[in-house]
Design a protein around this ligand. Structure first.
Ligand code: FES
Ligand code: MG
Length: 588
């Protein structure tokens, strides 16, 4: 203990006995001793994201005991504190509103309290980016502990993945194959234990990318929540963060440009969520690293799909873990020359030192690089006269979709159709079965008003299913386009996260039902085929829909939020970097 740590400015400042006494006395009042707080040990925060409101992360309430043991064993003192809850499945109108709110709150905590390092307890979709964004802004030594996926779900003899089962079940229900009770039972079967989603949805994707960024110990992301290894990982993580404080291993040393490129590559290989581009971009911007939506095309598109997990494949979190998890995927990518293997990790070793010899234990779940499930499986980044940027997830384009829309001789990877435009999900649900719309397999479904400003927060609604009549006729998918997002557990090949959104006056604001639209994956364009004069006339008549704020935060959020292509960040916040360098003024 050769260095005076940040926390000692609170707990052991002999030049300022008045304030030191004030800080010490209240933290002693539940049994901590003066010696623990004044002897110069690292004070480690446990940023607790679990609660009864956040069941996906609730395992962390129990894991905290093992984190504390690890912190204590390595010579630190633990302070556990709550992070604003973010529950993907329960929060209305959308958990996306809370990512930036939790971020702001965590920045203030890490800056304003006597902490020398922090364990970020991650899991449910937005908890991972919220915590990493805050760690990036503050630049206090930080390490991710994932809560882990639920055990695999089974229903009627088949694997059923959380989230994914809902989108599949909706189709069975619409086709009259299951009733209401069976639908609920089938969905509940996908969630057999504590933990976050067991599919390769946004939660498992983002925890895998936290590991690919180098921000968790190797193997952390995939351990199912109830496994004994999860508690052991919590203990190891607690020990490691104490050493990281002494080593001054801060997020800015780990989350470099190289690390973000690694995350993009791994996301393609795992068949990761379409929510990852906004989250990874937001973390990069708060870290002060240049990262563009086009980087997903440049570094991600050509990477093959190696992981056979739902929604792009068949297996779930337990199978992924037993096959070797993220280390086995990174091992394949390093040997194929696709990773920046010199990137440093929170383990204090490089990606190459940790993973270059890692191999998968089950080749059906994690494929060798040269025998992938699909070649060129990353996102396609699209633009055109409707928006400047949107993404499409190649790895979930089904053979039927490819056959119907992307295989016309002489027109491969391009199609034209008639637009059906919905003003948000309520309008979609009200009218999708309206025979007057004459929806057939040549139609493209659009939804607007669902971006960060419009919804507000940006809703997961672009994976719209076709009218019941088409589903009964065996047409399970139509092309869908929108300024919202969709669940990472959805297997729909939507064109989504369109930026700018309609509420920020992109072309999406003036498209009308009946318009012709052309999608061309070769040129990576989506265009409204309406002449310039007509477009100008529509803008001249345009009246933006009124935005109703339901809470104070919704109004503040709308006033500050950027677009999904640049991370959906609070724009005034992205200028703050390394705020740990300033020591806040005394409180009294
Ligand atoms: Fe929380 Fe999927 S709903 S992880
Ligand atoms: Mg979701």
């Amino acid at each position: 203990m050769d260095r005076r740590l940040r926390s000692q400015n609170w707990f052991n400042d002999r030049d300022n006995p008045g304030m030191t006494a004030l800080y010490l006395e209240r933290y002693l009042n539940y049994g901590l001793t003066k010696d623990e707080l004044t002897s110069g040990k690292p004070v480690i925060g446990i940023a607790q994201t679990g609660s009864d409101l956040s069941p996906c992360n609730r395992i962390h309430v129990d894991l905290a005991a093992r984190m504390r043991d690890g912190i204590r064993d390595a010579g630190g003192v633990a302070f556990e504190f709550p992070v604003h809850p973010i529950q993907e499945s329960g929060r209305r109108p959308t958990a996306a509103l809370d990512r930036n709110l939790a971020y702001l709150g965590l920045v203030e905590i890490l800056h304003g309290y006597p902490l020398d390092g922090v364990i970020l307890t991650t899991g449910c979709d937005k908890t991972t980016p919220a915590c990493l964004m805050a760690a990036a802004t503050v630049d206090l030594p930080a390490i991710v502990l994932s809560g882990g996926p639920m055990l695999d779900g089974h229903w009627d003899g088949e694997l059923v993945g959380s989230g994914t089962v809902v989108w599949e079940g909706r189709k069975l229900h619409a086709a009259g194959k299951i009733d209401y009770e069976e639908f609920i039972e089938m969905v509940a079967a996908a969630a057999p234990s504590a933990g976050h989603c067991n599919t390769m949805g946004t939660a498992l994707s983002m925890n895998s990318l936290a590991e690919a960024l180098g921000m968790s110990l190797p193997g952390c992301a995939s351990i199912p929540a109830p496994y004994r290894e999860r508690g052991q990982m919590a203990h190891a993580t607690g020990k490691r963060i104490v050493d990281m404080v002494w080593e001054e291993l801060t997020p800015s040393k780990v989350m470099t440009r190289e690390a973000f490129e690694n995350a993009i590559v791994v996301n393609s290989a795992i068949g990761g969520s379409t929510n990852c581009p906004p989250h990874i971009t937001a973390i990069a911007r708060h870290m002060g690293v240049e990262l563009d939506i086009e980087d997903w095309q440049t570094h991600g598109h050509d990477i093959p799909l190696l992981v056979n997990c739902q929604p792009a494949g068949a297996h779930l979190g337990e199978g992924f873990h037993r096959a070797g998890g993220v280390p086995a995927v990174i091992g394949e990518l390093i040997r194929a020359g696709k990773m920046r293997d010199g990137a440093i990790t929170v383990a204090g070793k490089t990606m190459g030192e940790l993973h270059s010899t890692c191999e998968a234990g089950d080749r059906d779940v994690i494929r060798p690089y040269d025998q992938p499930l699909m070649e060129e499986a990353g996102f396609v980044v699209l633009s055109g006269n409707l928006f400047d940027a949107a993404v499409m997830k190649t790895s979930v384009i089904s053979p039927e979709f490819r056959e119907r829309y992307l295989s016309t001789p002489g027109q491969e990877d391009a199609f034209e159709g008639r637009a059906i435009v919905f003003e948000g999900p309520e309008d979609y649900h009200d009218r999708i079965n309206d025979p007057a719309l004459e929806i057939d397999e040549t139609c493209l479904l659009f939804v607007r008003g669902c971006g960060p400003i419009g919804y507000p927060g940006s809703a997961e609604v672009v994976n719209m299913q076709p009218p019941d009549a088409l589903i009964k006729a065996g047409i399970m998918e139509l092309p869908t386009i929108g300024d919202g997002r969709q669940s990472g557990t959805s297997g729909s090949p939507s064109i989504l996260n369109a930026s700018p959104e309609s509420a920020a006056r992109s072309g999406l604001a003036i498209i009308q039902t009946g318009d012709r639209v052309r999608v061309d994956l070769n040129t990576r364009r989506v265009d409204l085929l309406v002449d310039e004069a007509e477009i100008a006339a529509r803008w001249a008549d345009y009246k933006p829909p009124a935005l109703e704020h339901e809470t104070p935060w919704q109004e503040m959020y709308r006033g500050m939020v950027g677009q999904l292509s640049t991370g959906g960040c609070l724009e005034p916040a992205v200028h703050y970097h390394r705020v740990v360098k300033s020591l806040p003024r005394h409180s009294h």
